[in-house]
Design a protein around this ligand. Structure first.
Ligand code: RIB
Length: 347
């Protein structure tokens, strides 16, 4: 298909019989141009179908008016809720979002970071696949500011916004222990993800705090934090001999928990009567589930707004900016999926 020729600012100037500087003034400082000349130039722009290339001008100035957001799984509403918070903040600053999905793959993540560098973004907000701080600090050495999302930075020179995932895991399992459960399973993975490890650590703290052993909390590792991985985990849970079967399950995020719920329901296992269930994030689908899901709430839009605010501060006032590692507290939201059964489980 033949591409239509791109109309340049030179074409507009020639068509209107003015200099390219006059066309530029009409586009950027119209108050400097007489009404008659401005009308002639605007008519030429309209007749030729000229489209100003703001991106080219911004790149010539050094930085585009864009921010990159790199997330682990664009199919997870946790990240789209975060993206909304980011957009709320950068939108008021006249900037746009470039939304990248690493899909938990380090190679894809690196490719997106290279692309964002080429696009001269003002900065990058990222939930990294692994401990990426050295790579991210190299980005900053090239003038691209970086803020970690959903992950606490160990490096004081890197801003981050996260939730206290250890406390979140502790809240979830303490709730199940108080409901009388003693055989509780943790479903989550990959174990390489720090958020998952921290939630598990908090869960173990709740178990040992109740005088139980870490071995009383079997960990069903999953290849991803998805509904499909949750369905597979449900089959594994039901594969245990009935007398050893968990009476409660804490999942590392809501998508896993919704998958476990689906898997159990398909096998006619009742939630919470036979097996209680707790998720993490409190995405909108948690409350809307067939059995409303108890979940550990993360303030997703606030996470996005706060991270974007830190980034804009670093971009606009680099001399005054002080790096911060902001940590929000999670909140347990109790719903049907873990309500105390009439007769305490024989866990
Ligand atoms: O970022 C890793 C996980 O933490 C995501 O799956 C999201 O659900 C959050 O809970």
């Amino acid at each position: 298909m033949r591409e239509t020729p791109v109309v340049s600012i030179r074409d507009v100037a020639s068509h209107a019989g003015v200099s390219m500087g006059t066309v530029s003034n009409v586009l950027n400082q119209p108050e400097l141009v007489s009404d008659a000349t401005r009308a002639r130039v605007l008519a030429a722009i309209d007749e030729l179908g000229f489209v100003p290339n703001h991106a080219a001008r911004q790149l010539r100035r050094g930085r585009s008016r864009t921010v990159g957001l790199v997330v682990l799984d664009v199919a997870n509403p946790f990240f789209t809720d975060i993206a909304k918070g980011v957009e709320d903040t950068i939108g008021t600053a006249g900037m746009a979002l470039i939304f990248c999905n690493s899909d938990g793959d380090r190679t894809r993540e690196d490719a997106y970071l290279d692309l964002l560098k080429e696009q001269r973004v003002q900065g990058v907000l990222i939930t990294p696949v692994d401990d990426a701080s050295s790579r991210l600090l190299r980005l900053r050495d090239r003038g691209i500011h970086v803020v970690l999302l959903d992950r606490r930075s160990r490096n004081a020179d890197l801003c981050s916004v996260s939730v206290d995932d250890r406390l979140g895991g502790e809240l979830a399992v303490r709730h199940l222990l108080e409901a009388g459960h003693r055989r509780i399973a943790f479903v989550g993975g990959p174990v390489g993800l720090e958020q998952v490890r921290d939630r598990h650590t908090g869960a173990v703290q709740a178990m040992t705090g109740a005088g139980l052993a870490e071995s009383d909390l079997p960990w069903l590792d999953t290849p991803a934090l998805t509904v499909a991985a949750g369905r597979d985990a449900a089959a594994r849970l039901l594969g245990a001999p009935r007398q050893n079967r968990a009476t409660a399950v804490f999942c590392a995020n809501d998508l896993l928990a919704l998958g476990v719920l689906q898997g159990l329901t398909q096998q006619r296992i009742r939630v919470p009567e036979d097996i209680a269930l707790v998720g993490y994030d409190d995405i909108d689908f948690a409350a809307a589930a067939a059995v409303p899901l108890t979940s550990v709430r993360q303030p997703r839009q606030r996470l996005g707004q706060t991270a974007a605010g830190l980034l804009l501060g670093e971009v606009n006032e680099p001399a005054e900016h002080r790096h911060q590692q902001v940590v929000f507290e999670p909140e347990l939201v109790v719903r049907e999926s873990s309500r105390r059964p009439l007769t305490p489980p024989t866990g």
